[in-house]
Design a protein around this ligand. Sequence first.
Ligand code: FPP
Length: 237
Amino acid sequence: MPKHIAIIPDGNGRWAKLQKQDRTFGHMKGTANVKDIVMFAKELKIPVLTIYAFSDENWERPSQEVTILMELLETYLLQERQNLIQNKIQLRAMGDIGRLPKSVREELIQTMEMTAHLDEMILNFAISYGGRSEILSAIQKISKGIQKGDFRDEDITEALFSKFLYTHDLPDPDLLIRTSGELRISNFMLWQMAYTEIYVTDVLWPDFNREEFMKALHVFENRKRRFGKTQEQMDGS
Ligand code: FPP
């Protein structure tokens, strides 16, 4: 079983178009599906689930769509808070949450505070997140640390660098699931994905149900992860 699953829930807009509905309807269905997949991941005892809810680039979408996505996020937090607590799920957010509208940011911070002590699963929302900006911000912090004399150039190892990322205390994702068929990483967890297994399905996010999730897990189970080594080395270890 993967310790950390990351999801790019893509295809809400295309799903809505197929139903001859507007994009808002797709995002509503997509949000409902986030609720269900989070609960399913909890049932399966997945320790960490990261969901790419809103990217740095998503700010460029038409302002009406950005507003709707923010409203859906706020509604999700208000509606799901008690459910997260009951299920002992800790909510985290990674990204530039200072850019979020005040009410969304406040609900988010409140939900994180209310769930901070819970330890049966970590639900990590990437919100206003970009992999490149995460890496740049780590470099800026390390550079300041060097100026202050906290460490020297030669102390900069992969382990030290990882400590300056949002995921400093989380394992790297074992599995990335991307729905709706696009073969891209889209600026998601660029550092952390170095050895992540990638599963892409044509299924659109609102249709990605528990059965589809199980399919992804079965594919993962059958992957041979070698982390750059030979199969013989892995068999021997
Ligand atoms: C991709 O569909 C989805 C998004 C850009 C946002 C993801 C948001 C949700 C699943 C709902 C809100 C999330 C939470 C956590 C409450 P798209 O619009 O890119 O679809 P398209 O590529 O078919 O147009």
